[in-house]
Design a protein around this ligand. Sequence first.
Ligand SMILES: NC(=O)c1ccc[n+]([C@@H]2O[C@H](COP(=O)([O-])OP(=O)(O)OC[C@H]3O[C@@H](n4cnc5c(N)ncnc54)[C@H](OP(=O)(O)O)[C@@H]3O)[C@@H](O)[C@H]2O)c1
Length: 232
Amino acid sequence: MDIAIIGTGNVGKALGTSLTGAGHAVTFAGRDEQKAELVAAEFGVSSARTSREAAQGADVVILAVPFSELENVARDIAPVVTGKVVIDTTNPLTPDYSGLATQGGASAAERLARVLDGARVVKAFNTLFAGVQADPRTHGIPVDALISTDDPEARTKTSELASSIGLRAVDAGPLVRARELEALAFLNIQLQMRHGGDWRTAVALVGAPAAATTEPAAATLASSLVRENNPS
Ligand SMILES: NC(=O)c1ccc[n+]([C@@H]2O[C@H](COP(=O)([O-])OP(=O)(O)OC[C@H]3O[C@@H](n4cnc5c(N)ncnc54)[C@H](OP(=O)(O)O)[C@@H]3O)[C@@H](O)[C@H]2O)c1
């Protein structure tokens, strides 16, 4: 798939690593054109001058920016994402990480959908730390990409993307469930902060209904088995 990644920080680069590894065509954009160019060069992929330009050329747009910038970026790309899948990876944390800035109200993803009312908005990848996004097989077992969206086509496309990088995709329901996905990510962050963890905890649901899940792509499993057997 042609994927625009907007944001060249931890998440942008992590998903850039796994998505380019799975053969997707990635274009990076950020608020700094030269920084996006440098990151794209690291990956041997292209960059766009602006977020809007990147979104315009893509089938799927991944937003990997701070929550505080989410609606600004959304307003910027809105004219060019009608009918496109737009994936929100943000976690709307308060500045001191003590809670969710959206507590008791609409999730970040629902707020995004209000701005992008013509796009197919999805919440996904926010429950996975960047290290796991970059290497979804880091635990040696498939871990889950929990996905919420109101759009069936977007759910299928995002599940395929997640599966292509070695994640098990789990349909977590409509976009309103992003409230729980953002709360779950917050819980995971708190766990790491409280106990000084290595920021790799990930969810792998046991006994999830088969109808809710899309298993990791066979090609990804095969290549990770090759890696495990030939660690050099
Ligand atoms: N880090 C994780 O493990 C993790 C995991 C899951 C979800 N998340 C969520 O994912 C989001 C990104 O996290 P991160 O760790 O990648 O943050 P980060 O390292 O700070 O990266 C954010 C990126 O967004 C760019 N940016 C800021 N404003 C922008 C704008 N208006 N237009 C285009 N690009 C803009 C930044 O540009 P500059 O480089 O110029 O500042 C930076 O490249 C956050 O909402 C976070 O809660 C993070």
